[in-house]
Design a protein around this ligand. Structure first.
Ligand code: SIN
Length: 327
């Protein structure tokens, strides 16, 4: 009798339009940037594709601008299953593994093609699984772009950085890179950078055009030196237990949607950064410093010793694969 009543209730619920019998799968996807950045647009596009294809079955909750959690805390939250997806700067994996430090070596990657060839090669793909045992399964890489230096005073040659306080991401390579040019590095979450620059707690920082523009750093840093000395890209990861526990048909749609979002991000990131640069120029607030080949060489030579400090930790196989991707 009880079984019959339950069956009737079940059938009645099934007949109600819009009523989900099982709860929608929630994918919490927090990140630290504005929705206009390559990462912000990628997260929103992924959400759009998934919810179009799995209406009512999966909801992707995107939380931009560190509105749910900051980047560093998100690593732990993903491993503990409190959130389901992240796209964290590769630099911020430094305290979990040394092999990703390759992405921070200054002046290693000549262009985005080299970065992409390395990421898509055997070693780059193997790195995606490096942190699986720690609760972080990498699925793909997303690009942002190359870094510029911003400061309240002009930085034309490395000696100009002497004694300045630089905000950096949580990476020991970046720490040594700033020491190598005579600056004092301060690790700080992205969500605190604008205020630190505005209050003068730090004098300078390094970032991509899209981050400098979207987070308004250009409003509080007059000088921008076009060094293109390093790369910012993202480790797009999920919690392996949660991921493998999803119904197979759902996981297939998520994978396909992520592949399309990746294609979108990685083919539009350069244009988004170019546009941000143009918007900064149009604002008329900043002095852009274009380096001569000789000045650029001075920055490269000053930062180059950092490679040797981290070569053993990163490992010859990773370094060789990154170098070979340039040919
Ligand atoms: C990001 O691009 O996600 C953050 C970069 C930063 O922390 O400077």
């Amino acid at each position: 009798m009880r079984k019959a009543i339950l069956t009737v209730v079940w059938l009645a619920l099934a007949a109600m339009p819009g009523m989900a019998l099982s709860q929608s799968i929630i994918i919490k996807f927090p990140h630290d940037l504005a929705p206009t950045t390559p990462k912000g647009q990628g997260a929103d596009y992924f959400k759009q594709l998934v919810e179009e294809r799995l209406p009512g079955r999966v909801t992707v909750e995107v939380y931009p601008s560190s509105s749910l959690i900051n980047d560093q805390a998100s690593l732990e939250a993903l491993a503990f299953g409190e959130i389901q997806m992240i796209a964290i700067s590769l630099s911020k994996l430094d305290r979990l593994t040394k092999r990703f430090q390759v992405f921070d070596l200054p002046f290693l990657f000549a262009d985005m093609e080299q970065v992409e060839a390395f990421q898509n090669g055997a070693v780059g793909q193997e790195l995606l699984r490096e942190l699986e045992g720690r609760g972080l399964l990498g699925l793909t890489y997303w690009h942002n772009g190359t870094k510029q230096l911003t400061a309240g005073t002009p930085l034309r040659v490395p000696a100009d950085a002497d004694g300045l306080e630089f905000r950096i991401m949580d990476s020991d390579v970046l720490l040594e890179q700033i020491r190598a040019i005579g600056g004092n590095p301060q690790k700080m979450p992205f969500s605190e950078v604008y205020q630190a620059l505005q209050m003068g707690a730090v004098d300078a920082q390094e970032n991509t055009w899209s981050n400098i523009y979207a987070s308004k750093f250009y409003e509080v840093q007059e000088f921008i030196t076009e060094t293109n000395h390093g790369y910012i890209g993202y480790f797009v990861a999920v919690n392996p237990d949660h991921w493998r526990g999803l119904p197979e048909d759902v996981r297939n749609v998520l994978e396909q949607s992520l592949a399309e979002a990746t294609q979108f991000v990685n083919t539009t990131a350069v244009a988004i950064n170019d546009e941000a640069r143009a918007d900064i120029v149009a604002s008329g607030r900043n002095t852009l410093i274009a380096l001569t080949p000789d000045e650029r060489e001075q920055w490269r030579a000053a930062m180059r010793p950092v490679w040797d400090m981290f070569a053993d930790d990163i490992g010859a196989e990773v370094l060789e694969a990154a170098g070979a991707a340039g040919h």
